[in-house]
Design a protein around this ligand. Structure first.
Ligand SMILES: Nc1ncnc2c1ncn2[C@@H]1O[C@H](COP(=O)(O)OP(=O)(O)OP(=O)(O)O)[C@@H](O)[C@H]1O
Ligand SMILES: [Mg+2]
Length: 261
């Protein structure tokens, strides 16, 4: 199925939160893979079913060791675990130091993620720059989604990153702007910056800046998540994104609108 890479150019615009939200709403089986070399946030913020702690020894590092004997869907699944709520996650490194020995993993991992049999993969690649070790994950993705906020500096860094990235990837490009739902003018300004570039950013989404909703993905949620602006804005985004990367295998003949014989 498909690999969708999520990343940022600078700052912390909400890549991890977006990954958790999109993963929670994804209409097919999906794995959220934390490929941010600066260290896992999911292991710290989220819990396993029943509120128990996640197993931080099981994830990208244990997968890297096991992958010396080969890398396939079963190996990836066996180093993944479930979050409270049911989303499958491959936890990232605990600290950047652990990335040192993983040099050879990123490239085959990206290819495997993009070709898993039953599972789409959302990869949280964190901040990316010219020398980021996780770039091969981005390069294997079917869709690359850059996350930014609607501030001048976030957009300026996004523009620089996209201009550099476009020479190294074939994937479709998308941008999620995390902004107050009322700040449509600010989001429009981001789109006009992108329009002025020669880089084709075909897919553009506005995800609500919503501290109440985001708190659920930071281990501090209260109230009804499904009513939050974050979830309301993410629902359409997720459906569109999942449709963009759907392969013909996803088509279910039982749902075809055939006239009766
Ligand atoms: N849509 C949102 N609305 C409100 N707050 C948000 C939203 N997304 C993220 N946040 C908050 O912003 C902070 C950073 O979010 P997050 O960790 O998702 O960003 P990031 O881009 O993954 O950062 P980093 O690059 O450091 O990993 C967190 O406190 C999170 O709760
Ligand atoms: Mg993050």
């Amino acid at each position: 199925m498909a690999l969708v890479a999520l990343a940022s150019a600078k700052g912390s615009p909400g890549v991890t939160t977006a990954g958790l939200v999109l993963g929670a709403l994804w209409p097919r089986q999906v794995l959220l893979a934390e490929c941010d070399p600066s260290g896992s946030d999911v292991a710290i913020r989220m819990t396993a079913p029943g509120g128990t702690p996640l197993n931080s020894d099981r994830g990208l590092v244990s997968l890297a060791a096991a992958s010396r004997k080969g890398l396939g869907d079963d190996v990836i699944h066996s180093h993944s675990q479930q979050l409270d709520g049911g989303l499958d996650v491959l936890l990232g490194v605990r600290a950047p130091e652990q990335v040192g020995g993983m040099g050879g993993l990123w490239h085959p991992l990206g290819i495997t993620f993009n070709q898993m049999q039953q599972t789409d993969v959302l990869a949280d690649c964190g901040r990316i720059g010219a020398t980021s070790p996780q770039l091969p994950i981005i390069q294997s993705a079917r869709l690359i989604v850059m996350v930014c906020s609607a501030t001048g500096s976030s957009v300026a860094h996004l523009r620089e990153r996209l201009a550099a990235l476009v020479h190294h990837v074939d994937a479709q490009l998308g941008v999620i702007v995390v902004a107050d739902p009322k700040r449509r003018d600010g989001v429009k300004q981001v789109w006009s910056v992108l329009d002025a570039m020669s880089v084709p950013v075909r897919h553009r989404w506005h995800l609500a800046y919503d501290p109440v909703g985001a708190a659920f993905f930071d281990g501090r949620g209260h109230g009804r998540l499904e009513k939050t602006q974050l979830i309301r804005s993410a629902t359409d985004i997720t459906a569109e994104m999942a449709a963009l990367v759907a392969t013909p295998h996803d088509f279910d003949m039982a749902q075809a609108a055939f006239p009766t014989a």
